[in-house]
Each structure stands twice: as C-alpha cells, then as structure tokens.
Design a protein around this ligand. Sequence first.
Ligand code: ADP
Ligand code: NA
Length: 345
Amino acid sequence: PKETSVFSLVQPSGTMHLGNYLGALSCWGDLCRIKQHETQDLLFGLADLHAITVPQPQGKEFMKQKYDTLAYLIAFGVDPAKCKLYMQSDVREHAELAWYLSTITNISSLSRMTQWKAKSAGEKNKATDFSNSSSSLGLFSYPVLQAADVLIFKSEYVPVGEDQVQHLELTREIAEKFNKQFNCDVFKIPKVLLTPTKKIYNLKNSEKKMSKSDPRPGAVLYLSESNEDIRKKIKKATTDSITDKAFRFDPKERPGISNFINILAGIEKKSINEVEVDLENLRSHSDFKQYVGDKLIDWIEEPREKYLELSSNPDYLIQVALEGKIHAQKKAQETLRQVREVMGF
Ligand code: ADP
Ligand code: NA
C-alpha cells in the first residue's frame, strides 16, 4: 500500500471556467505531477451526491454533465495515470456512512456552517429557524456527507480551498467523536492541505469572484472558449485608466490589472513578482491586454483541444470512472466493515 493518501472531490457542474481551474483543478494537476505520486494514493472525483443539494439537470442530461466535468479534469491536468478518478454516487458506501455519522453530529454544529448560512440565504430566518425553511435536509447535512467521503478512505490530506476549511474541521470533530464513542481508532484524523488558491475575479466587476452563475456577458472566461472569444473578453474587460505607471500587482488600486496578473501567475506557474518583471516593458493597456491574450491562448490551446477530444470519447471516460470506482469501492467497503463491526451491525 502507498504511504499517504490524498483525497478531494469537486462538484460536477459541467461548464468550467478559469476560476475553477486556478482555484481547484490546477492544484490536483500539480499533485499528479510531483514525484511523490509514487508513494501517494491520489483519489479525486466528482461530488454528484453533493451537487444534487441544489437543482441539477436530470437523467441523461445530468449524466452528460458529469462526464463533461470529468473530461475537463483530465484535459486540464488531472492525469488518470497518476491518480484515480471516480464518481461519488458509484460508491454507495458514502451514503451509508453519512447516515451513521449523522447520528453523532449535532444540529447546532451544522447550523454554524457558513456555507449553509450562505446557501440557505434569501430565506427569511435563514440558517437557524427551521420552521419555515424551504432548504432541503440534504443541503443542511451536506457537511456530514463530506465527512463520510473523507473518512471512508482514511484520507490523510484533503486539498481544499479556504472556504472548505470549516467543513474539514467538522470532519475532524466527527472522526474524533466516533473513535471516542465507539472506543476504537477506525477513523484517521485528516489534515487540510490548504490549496494555494488564486481567487479569480469577474472580468466585468472586480469586486465579485468569477462564477458561472454570473449572467453578465463577458464576465467569465470558460475553459472551452475559442481564441477569438478569449481576445474579445479580455479586450472588453474592466481595468482602469491609470497610464503613468508600470503594470504592478495592486489589488486595491488596480483590481482589474491585478486580476490578470494573478491569472498569468497561475497559468504560467510563476510568482507575482516574476510576472511583474515580464510586464515591465509594456506601456499601454492595449499592449497589456494583447500580452494577456497571447499567454492565455498559448496556455489553453492544448488542454482545450484535449477536452474537445475527450468529450467526444465517452467510452474512455466511462473506463476511467469504472477503474476509479473499483479502487474507491474496495477501500470504502473495508472501512465500512470496521464501522459496522464497532457499531454492532
Ligand atoms: P462557480 O462559482 O462557478 O459555481 P463552484 O462553486 O462550482 O464554481 O466551484 C468549484 C471549485 O472552483 C471550488 O473549488 C471553488 O473554490 C473554485 N472556484 C470557483 N470560482 C472560483 C474563482 N473565481 N476563483 C478561484 N476559485 C474558484
Ligand atoms: Na458556486
């Protein structure tokens, strides 16, 4: 068996954008590339059971959306030769363990979760008064399923962004509580591997993050975008009118420019400083935007091509997900056997 295990899931939302890449995918890709993958068990997948806590397409359409996300993952660097990729719903043990864990999780802990507060927002007495809540039970117990995901593989490291740290903390609490209550050490206490995420902002409004739910045209750069559209969006992106200064990273004074510098650093795997040096000789905003467009197109062409190729090859994607399922299921079944034994099932 390999020495350490790393585990993470992403929701299969289909269309992916630059924010998704720089905030999540690129980190998984890096983990695949670093040499330790030989001693690391890398398991990644699509959190389709989590995705349905908010409305999703159904039937074949949802299935297509999931395989589409898988194609993005692989094309943009999550290499199935170095890691396993699976669909959460293929491993039914997740749902079973989530039930067991829900019986030792306090409602008060769950109602403290900021994601719950945010996603149930818009409701009158969001988060704490349930008598009129129209949120689903699944949205509320989301972190319990997440705990089950992580714990069932005895994962040691869980790469997540800042926004998921609170859920991971709850996972650790649940694991400790279970081990104590059933006087066992079935669960390993997982550690957060805080991903060096770059928060990418909306191209039209640098106060908002880039998100597929933004309806403004030109606000989001998708990973399947054509060269022409990339150029257009960059050209129309909101920057500033400061003309007497070099292009430096200054999120407060120059959010639009800084967002692009951040994007360049992310795709080129350079430091902000190195990017600033690259930009030293650029004078005008149009030169700057031309430069950003060149770099983005240079970077995206190969993975975008691969994405298009993969998304028209369902047999391959099905094979990847099947191999992932077999691997994940084996581990999950063994942990669940131990859980059931200590609980008395
Ligand atoms: P969206 O906001 O487009 O719906 P999701 O919420 O599905 O994106 O996020 C999927 C993953 O991508 C998460 O890990 C999230 O942290 C990351 N992510 C999403 N948008 C951004 C962004 N603008 N900058 C950095 N990371 C992001
Ligand atoms: Na979102």
